[in-house]
Design a protein around this ligand. Sequence first.
Ligand SMILES: Nc1ncnc2c1ncn2[C@@H]1O[C@H](COP(=O)(O)OP(=O)(O)OP(=O)(O)O)[C@@H](O)[C@H]1O
Length: 591
Amino acid sequence: MSGAALAGDLLPTASPAEARRAAFGLIRREKGPFSSILLFNSLATVAGLAGPWLFGRIVNAIEAGAGNVHQIDRLAVLLVVFALLQITLTRYARYLSARFGERISAHVREQFLARILGLEPATVERVVIGDLTARGAGDVRNVAMTMSSAAPDVLVATVQALLILTAVFLVDPLLGTCGVVGLLGIVVATRWYLKRARSAYLDLGDANSALAEELVATVSGARTVEALSLEQRRLEATDAAIERARRSRLRTLTLRTVLYPTIDISYFIPIAGVLLVGAALYEHGVLSLGAVVTCVLYLRQLAGPLETMEIWIDQLQSCAASFARLEGLSTLPRSRPTSTDVPADDRIEVLDVHYAYDGGPDVLHGVNLTVRSGERLAIVGRSGAGKSTLGRLLAGIDTPLSGSVTVGGVPVAALPPEQLRRQIILVTQEHHVLQASVRENLLIAKPSASDDELCAAIAAVGARWLDDLPDGLDTELSPTRHRLDAGQAQQIALARVVLADPHTVILDEATALLDPTTARDVERALSSVLKGRTVLAIAHRLHTAHDADRVAVMEGGRVLEIGRHDDLVASGGAYADLWHSWHGDRPRPSV
Ligand SMILES: Nc1ncnc2c1ncn2[C@@H]1O[C@H](COP(=O)(O)OP(=O)(O)OP(=O)(O)O)[C@@H](O)[C@H]1O
């Protein structure tokens, strides 16, 4: 496997051996249709080979004298019969090939989607989106197109070329040898090309991914780019990516400009060789004129499959690189195995949990915490203490390296999504509004919900703006038509919480990015959503901690203190320090 997996790097790429194994695996899935394609193409080619042979016989009959008219007629009729047979068999073989190609390309598309959907949520969050988009669009299209057209054509052409050469050898081994020697130029040029093509096309794929990533980063961060006046730097970065893509494309073009003319010239060398040697043999009475004509016609027929290979060989190399990039996804971490156990109760337990991001140093060092059902627990600590990381583990987004996070005795991260969302939901400042109707946006939290339930959930979060939408629940939300502002999007996220109805909600800076008026609206909505649930609030403002039932204080990836606000302040420990700093008794730390 070449290329590192995540964290800002491009996604992995399968090695040639892995890609080959996967390609054979694909063909094995369709081995019945594949064998039929080979069989019918071979039959069509054999039928096609009869033509030159019969033509040679006609030439011999004409040369022998005028008394062979009936024989010539019979040979001519046979010529027509075999030509019709070849056309029929070829058409059917092409139909089989096209079906084979479509099935394989459908499988490639489905496999890509299944692989993306099967990734761990944490992996999806960290992949380079531009690279993923380039693979999902360009590489999938490339493989699908090649599998449905180029691959079957090349397969057919290879079978035809082999059978044609065999036929020349059967007519006359010496002329057959001449033909094969004449083809050596093509073999040398093709080997030269193949040695360079894989790396050239992989490089082109990476360059396209890098360019896509630059564009995605610039567009998605447009506001930041504008705010920090980074336009020039983004332009320079994009120009550099375009230049790299241009150079990569030029490299593949150079390869083609050597390969194609060499193949074109090489077509005629075997024919010229056979004509020269054949004429000499005919002069000496070693070969009949018909045999020479047959061999020349066979070699002329060879131009068809060779031309097909020439047209598609470049596409096949590009497809092999795309296929290796798609297969690379198979090595990314898959979704964790899901548990069929049902949590016995609402109790959340964190036991000796260690966690590190992507093979980095531990950021949680043996965290222990028990959350009581129905309590409001504030988690506080300085920036980088590990609060959000603990929140993600409690919500089942990440899995601990060691130790356990359980709800009702079942590991949270092993709960299937539909179970998990009824237990614990994490609400952050990142909320996803799909480009779909309001109804579809809400149904992802509870697919069986009726319109009345959806309206009740919307009312519960105070989203009165929904009444002003032209089509109510059917209004399509999109950046160009109905774009929601940050507060409205957060209300959609909270309405989903109401619908999923989890017993525990984790809040991590849910209102941090909102302007004060919107934040007040959302906080009002929150208080109604949180009623009757266990609440874990990652608190950046300590008044939240003051109002909580208990406060857990984190520092350096550990829970240092846990208890009631008054008790912790009275004990004069880490929380008391934070509290006094917050109140301005001492310099305020960043929390
Ligand atoms: N995606 C990530 N990849 C690598 N390291 C990370 C990642 N997210 C957080 N960290 C690191 O993990 C440690 C804990 O970070 P975390 O965000 O959990 O702390 P926090 O207490 O929530 O901080 P803040 O209040 O600033 O959000 C920090 O050292 C941080 O740099």
